[in-house]
Write a protein that binds this ligand. Structure first.
Ligand code: 5AD
Ligand code: SF4
Length: 460
């Protein structure tokens, strides 16, 4: 049977990237080959994000544009996955009749089955059941479908020159930050068993993968919550890091994302204890005002956060810290915002993702009073980003003159002798070199700081 072509577009976070990879593998198993040309596709999969209003609008704009492809090729199958699919369910195909499949965040393994049904003429197909219970034992072999071990056996990473991979260790979130849609679209927190995770990383290491990023909405609480049959185990995540570090062939370990309230002393200690653990920590602060943090339901204070940053820097002085910040949360006064600006001076983040607050369906803050105007939010965001860019530049300058370890990511597009790689602190480095391999580790002397990267000299 001739293969058909599948085009996959992914919006949003690394969890989505990983889910798209799994769905891509499932489609390969159903006789599809991935294409990068949307106009050639027999199946289009859009893996969506609804974390902020802007992200959701981008999805609708793409879905709107897809109807012309469907008109040209009526057999084209259009499938929508991810948080918008979960959130909108039946509403999606009624609003956008070009959509054939709506596949929720915990149903990605059903994709081949749904595609088959569409081929048999059953349309549309909707699979958005969400297991919002605490009844699934997180450390048993009966993990729910969305967190089952993926098809790692089918991987031959060495042939594609791949050297780094995401490994999902948990799904969902129990925190219910008041602005956030995630607990509603991804359900309650469920962890994969440590045995499943380790066997996946071993397979990846055998396939020549050098760097692993452990993924979850809040990896710091891995092993802590929804323990129906197992006792909460505070050391579960540090133990997982230790076990991954023991796997030969894995050179670098990263994880994302973390919640300040669950960041334990033991986890911080791992930055001294585990050489392979990269000294980069993404620790979303969200606001510099205790009042706003309370209203966001974040469950820590600025003092707690700053203490943890100090402790992390004690354990690992070279650690780079990045964060997420929301400006214009309902009720955020000019004074609250100044406190956020003040916090940025205190921490001097190596990088920061900053966003204007937007109302999200099902999020509690959507019903809060004292919304901030768009104009005010834009002004605060641009002030914050301007200052943060200056801090980033200063931070980048701190590397000039030092020699750093770089993992090669590939050649730069502009020149055959320009290479690009990443430091353990997650900085991009550009430099001249001849023959290097993706995933290779080299030492580079940093000679210049730029806004989004570093430049350096590599001496063989
Ligand atoms: N509005 C703006 N930013 C948001 N984020 C999450 N929800 C919202 C929202 N409703 C941001 C947070 C989070 C990041 C992934 O997205 O900063 O850490
Ligand atoms: Fe959303 Fe908060 Fe959970 Fe992060 S920790 S996914 S911001 S609810």
């Amino acid at each position: 049977m001739n293969s058909q072509l599948a085009y996959i577009e992914t919006f949003g976070c690394q969890m989505n990237e990983r889910d798209s990879e799994i769905m891509g593998q499932l489609l390969t198993g159903s006789n599809y080959i991935e294409t990068t040309r949307i106009s050639d596709a027999d199946l289009i999969l859009v893996n969506t994000c609804s974390i902020r209003d802007k992200a959701e609008q981008k999805v609708y704009s793409l879905l709107g544009r897809l109807s012309k492809y469907k008109k040209r090729k009526p057999s084209l199958i259009i499938s929508v996955a991810g948080c918008v699919a979960q959130q909108e369910g039946n509403r999606l195909p009624s609003r956008m009749p070009q959509v054939d499949i709506v596949i929720g965040t915990q149903n990605i393994y059903k994709l081949p089955e749904l595609v088959n049904k569409i081929k048999k003429g059953h349309t549309p197909q909707i699979a958005i059941e969400l297991t919002n219970t605490f009844e699934i034992p997180p450390y048993s072999a009966t993990a729910p479908p969305a967190v089952q071990a993926p098809l790692a056996e089918k991987l031959d990473c060495s042939s594609e020159g791949e050297f780094k991979k995401f490994v999902t260790i948990m799904q969902g979130c129990n925190n219910f930050c008041s602005y956030c849609v995630v607990p509603h679209t991804r359900g309650r927190e469920v962890g994969r068993s440590i045995g499943d995770i380790i066997s996946e990383v071993e397979k990846l290491a055998n396939a020549n993968i050098k760097e692993i990023t452990l993924l979850g909405q809040n990896v710091n609480s891995y092993g802590l919550s929804n323990q129906s049959s197992e006792k909460a185990n505070k050391s579960a995540f540090p133990d997982l890091l230790r076990a991954v570090a023991n796997i030969d062939g894995i050179k670098r370990i990263r994880f994302t994302t973390s919640h300040p309230k669950d960041l334990s002393e033991e986890l911080m200690g791992c930055f001294t204890e585990i050489d392979k653990l990269c000294p980069h920590f993404h620790l979303p602060i969200q606001s510099g005002s205790n009042k706003v943090l309370k209203s966001m339901n974040r469950k820590y204070t600025i003092k707690d956060y700053l203490n943890k940053i100090d402790a992390l820097r004690n354990y690992r002085p070279d650690i780079a810290i990045s964060t997420d910040i929301i400006v214009g949360f309902p009720g955020e006064t000019a004074e609250d915002f100044e406190q956020t600006m003040d916090l940025m001076e205190k921490v001097r983040f190596h990088s920061a993702f900053s966003f204007k607050y937007s109302d999200r369906p099902m999020a509690r803050s959507t019903s809060f009073n004292d919304k901030i105007s768009e104009a005010e939010k834009s002004e605060r965001l641009s002030r914050l980003q301007k200052r943060q860019n200056e801090i980033i530049m200063d931070r980048n300058r701190e590397y000039v003159g030092s020699t750093v370890q770089v993992m090669i990511e590939g050649k730069s597009k502009s020149s055959d002798t320009q290479w690009q790689g990443r430091t353990t602190t997650n900085h991009i480095v550009n430099f001249e070199a001849n023959d290097l391999k993706k995933g290779q580790l080299v030492d580079v002397l940093i000679t210049e700081a730029c806004q989004n990267s570093l430049r350096g000299i590599y001496n063989d």
